[in-house]
Design a protein around this ligand. Structure first.
Ligand code: AMP
Length: 193
């Protein structure tokens, strides 16, 4: 299986690149942000609780997102692989993901990090907020809080994969197609290892 973690702050381009990657490598896309937003739309209790945190730009508890990923791994056996987008966002989530994958006799192939500076992220997210309808994309202070959550809690996840020799950083500013080619190059290199 090919299991990728697509990593980077909000607005780095993970969603856009995921769309290309799932087609090229025939992967199942698992975005915890999308899964949480479906719970909100469905009006579930989990969705209501998550919304309170998401509306403040804060992370939801680890056990909530780990449980969601666990269900999705159960539902999608016999697939070519997964692309994890927006997950893991903390080191305990990364540890849990390794355990879950090993229960399914598989593992993470590599983590690809998209690097984009905070000014560019804020610009992109405010622009996306004009059409995405996402409340967390429409307020500059909230965007800055999400980027801070990323720097405080999520950035250390890169070290976790780096220590396993499974990490590649890519410049996330530039043409979508150029960035995509660079990601594919790194994936193909990781597969050969
Ligand atoms: P995203 O769509 O990935 O930008 O996620 C939107 C929001 O959902 C985040 O700001 C968090 O509040 C929440 N969220 C998504 N994924 C996770 C995760 N892996 N861990 C904790 N919170 C998450």
């Amino acid at each position: 299986m090919l299991n990728l973690v697509l990593f980077g702050p909000p607005g780095a381009g993970k969603g856009t690149q995921s769309e290309y990657l799932i087609k090229k490598y025939n992967l199942v896309h698992l975005s915890t942000g999308d899964l949480l937003r479906s719970q909100i739309t469905a009006g579930t209790e989990l969705g209501l609780r998550a919304k309170q945190l998401m509306d403040q730009g804060l992370l939801v508890p680890d056990e909530v997102v780990i449980g969601m990923i666990e269900n999705k791994l159960e539902e999608n056996q016999l697939v070519a692989g997964f692309i994890f987008d927006g997950f893991p966002r903390t080191v305990p989530q990364a540890v849990a993901l390794d355990q879950l994958l090993s229960q399914h006799d598989t593992k993470i192939t590599t983590m690809i990090a998209l690097v984009v500076d905070s000014e560019e992220l804020t610009r992109r997210l405010l622009l996306r907020g004009q059409t995405s309808g996402r409340p967390d994309d429409q307020n500059e202070e909230l965007i800055r809080r999400r980027v801070k959550e990323y720097n405080d809690k999520t950035a250390p996840v890169a070290d976790y994969y780096s220590q396993q020799g499974k990490f590649a950083a890519i410049d996330g500013i530039g043409e979508i197609d150029t960035i995509f080619k660079e990601i594919c190059y790194q994936i193909d290199k990781a597969v050969e290892r």
